[in-house]
Ligand binder design. Structure first.
Ligand code: PHE
Length: 344
């Protein structure tokens, strides 16, 4: 019996040493120390032994059992440490590897132009005003000296929602809304950027939706020369210090007198395809605020005067960057947009 026990112990210790992982080790434990294992079997046979032999054998069985248990426990610690180390090795991070580059987007050319113009006018003391794109006929037309049936309404083909509600055709209604807020008291000095809508067929130079920036200054003694000086500063900042402006008589129902403003072409007056040989490029409409518009917005036109101007960012961007088709701004071809994604 003693022999048998010694052999069992040797066998068990060998298997413990050979166990390659925690599961195998547990199998060894169950096989040798479990209820149906050989050590238990030996214990069961103790009844047949003589009285002197019994305690001797009992002690031996206990030693064997303890030895095996100890071996298993030790092996278990070793295997657990090995398992943790293996996992750490698998999950290790090389902190010296360069990071993956994150692709950053860029500003849309129209956003850049709008922000550039905003900065320029904020620098001259203007604040930014905004108004709704779904507008009332009253603000878009009537309060701008364009009563119902006025022939000049045809200049701006309109998307009507109801007979009184429309998609604004220009940013000029924000002039009216701003003046009303000032309740007859100057000065007013604002620019308003925003989207506008017209029933145009889209082509290289027309779009049913585009952007405008409106400017409005109302105060005492505001004169045409103030308008001219302001627009001259704008043109030089936007297109280059060597550029000139020229005012041509025009007509808008909400300004009197009204002008179209041209900027001298970058060809220096020699004539090129951009200015179609004239040396001048039309960039915006402007004029002195019509007394009727001032009065309708609650301003005393004998005390106050003002000027207003309106320009399209698409047109400015096309001239500044040499873009030949307005549709490029809206079709979102990345090859087009990426040319403007300079990070400032
Ligand atoms: N609202 C005019 C347009 O869209 C432009 C403009 C604004 C003209 C202000 C004069 C004064 O055509």
């Amino acid at each position: 019996m003693e022999e048998q026990l010694k052999q069992l112990q040797a066998e068990a210790l060998e298997k413990v040493a050979a166990a390659a992982n925690l599961k195998e080790l547990n199998d060894v434990r169950v096989a040798y120390l479990g209820k149906k294992g050989p050590v238990t079997e030996v214990l069961k046979g103790m009844g047949k032994l003589s009285a002197e032999e019994r305690p001797k054998m009992g002690a031996l069985v206990n030693v064997v059992r303890e030895d095996i248990t100890k071996a298993i426990e030790e092996k278990q610690v070793t295997l657990e440490v090995a398992a943790i180390e293996e996992q750490l090795a698998k999950e290790s991070i090389d902190v010296t590897l360069p990071g993956r580059p994150v692709k950053a987007g860029g500003h849309h050319p129209l956003t850049r132009i709008t922000e550039e113009i905003e900065d320029l006018f904020i620098g001259m003391g203007y604040t930014i005003a905004e108004g709704p794109e779904v507008e009332q006929d009253y603000y878009n037309f009537e309060a701008l000296n364009l009563p119902k049936g006025h022939p000049a309404r045809d200049m701006q083909d309109t998307f009507y929602i109801t007979s009184e509600l429309l998609m604004r055709t220009h940013t000029s209604p924000v002039q009216v809304r701003t003046m009303l807020k000032h309740a007859g008291k100057g000065p007013v000095k604002i620019i308003c950027p925003g989207k506008v809508y017209r029933r145009d067929s889209d082509d290289a130079t027309h779009s049913h939706q585009f952007n405008q920036i409106e400017g409005l200054v109302v105060g005492e003694n505001i004169r045409m020369s103030d308008l001219k000086g302001t627009l001259d500063a704008f043109a030089k900042k936007m297109f280059g210090a060597d550029r000139e402006i020229r005012l041509r008589p025009s007509f808008f129902p909400f300004t009197e007198p009204s002008v179209e403003v041209d900027v001298s072409c970058m060809c220096g007056g020699k004539g090129c395809s951009i200015c179609k040989g004239t040396g001048w490029i039309e960039v915006l409409g402007a004029g002195m605020v019509h007394p009727n518009v001032l009065e309708m917005a609650g301003f005393d036109s004998t005390k106050y005067s003002g000027f207003a101007f309106g320009m399209g960012q698409e047109r400015i961007a096309m001239l500044k960057y040499g873009i030949d088709d307005i549709r490029h701004f809206y079709t979102n071809d990345l090859r087009f947009l990426q040319q403007f994604s300079v990070h400032e």
